[in-house]
Design a protein around this ligand. Structure first.
Ligand SMILES: C[S@@+](CC[C@H](N)C(=O)[O-])C[C@H]1O[C@@H](n2cnc3c(N)ncnc32)[C@H](O)[C@@H]1O
Length: 301
């Protein structure tokens, strides 16, 4: 069978199944693209040129078996093929870390304008780095950036280390095992963070696909807000005078706003998609420090 016909057949079949798309892809076609790239061991542009090539029976079997696993075990496609594409870069991905899907990609694309001038030498902290996708993409696109990648999970850090090597970013990037800022020292021009922000109850109700991701990558106490507010409280001590913090809480932006009613949040508008990244200057973090502290003191034992 021609590749293009088998591709369409696979997309049609997957589209009819009860699966959830929310792990860096939006629809069946995106997943099948990843699948074909993996089975044929080609990149996107090579795959495009192969439309009229013949698909070998062995390759068809491989595709069919992976689709079966995707549907029966609800394993996200990125884990099945072992990679994901984020900010135009290929990352090794497995169950040690969250599958990349952050709207940070749009901020990276625009060079964090108008807040930052990434052509200058910039010290960056990617807190809660997981696979390293955000920090490594920053290092790749901004050669002046020096990036520290922090995670509490040793397993996630191992994966981030592998991605650092695969993307040949070892001279710009440094990995730190740390519970938030506890092993971090010095100050940064830019802190980016996509921390856990899902409430325990919400987690129980998520589609089955999420159960394959590390729970510690998703869940935070206090309706999901303990870790995000902790970051807001502590970040001021790790930012240079003109520095900025970008914090992602996804669809829980309304929850963060509700628990900190006195704080004027600056939520970023995205054109490509996604929501829930707010930005704070160091002086604004200082201004609201008491509010962050009060929330933590009232709710954390
Ligand atoms: C939502 S994932 C984000 C991963 C990656 N930045 C991304 O966008 O795909 C959150 C990450 O935070 C890490 N994490 C959880 N609690 C942490 C803590 N107290 N200190 C540092 N990292 C933590 C998890 O291990 C996980 O890798």
């Amino acid at each position: 069978m021609l590749l293009k016909d088998f591709f369409k057949q696979t997309v049609d079949h997957l589209s009819e199944q009860d699966v959830f798309y929310g792990h860096g892809v939006e629809e069946a076609e995106d997943e099948v693209l990843l699948l074909f790239m993996s089975v044929l061991n080609v990149d996107f542009s090579e795959l495009n040129e192969m439309a009229k090539a013949k698909m070998k029976p062995g390759q068809q079997n491989k595709v069919n078996n992976l689709v079966k696993k995707r549907v029966q075990q609800k394993i996200p496609m990125a884990y099945l093929v072992g990679f994901s594409v984020f900010a135009g870069l290929k990352f090794r991905i497995d169950e040690r870390a969250l599958i990349p899907r952050s709207p940070f990609v749009e901020l990276i694309d625009s060079g964090f304008m108008p807040w930052m001038d990434m052509s200058q030498s910039t010290k960056v902290l990617d807190l809660c780095t997981g696979s390293g996708c955000i920090g490594l993409a920053i290092a790749h696109y901004f050669s002046q950036a020096q990036v520290d990648l922090v995670d509490l999970s040793e397993a996630a850090l191992d994966l981030a280390r592998e991605n650092t090597e695969l993307l040949e970013l070892g001279t710009q990037c440094h990995l730190i095992h740390s519970d938030l800022f506890s092993n971090v020292s010095g100050c940064y021009d830019l802190i980016v963070t996509n921390p856990p922000y899902v409430a325990e109850q919400e987690y129980q109700d998520l589609p089955q696909e999420y159960s394959h991701e590390p729970k510690m990558a998703l869940v935070s106490q206090l309706e999901g807000m303990e870790i995000p507010v902790n970051i807001l409280f502590q970040a001021v001590d790790y930012l240079n005078e003109d520095g900025f913090l970008f914090l992602e809480v996804g669809y829980n932006d309304a929850v963060l706003t509700a628990v900190l009613p006195e704080v004027a949040f600056d939520w970023i508008d995205f054109t490509v998609g996604g929501q829930g990244i707010c930005v704070f200057s160091r002086s604004d973090l200082l201004k609201y420090r008491e509010n962050f502290k009060q929330f933590l003191e009232e709710h954390v034992a």
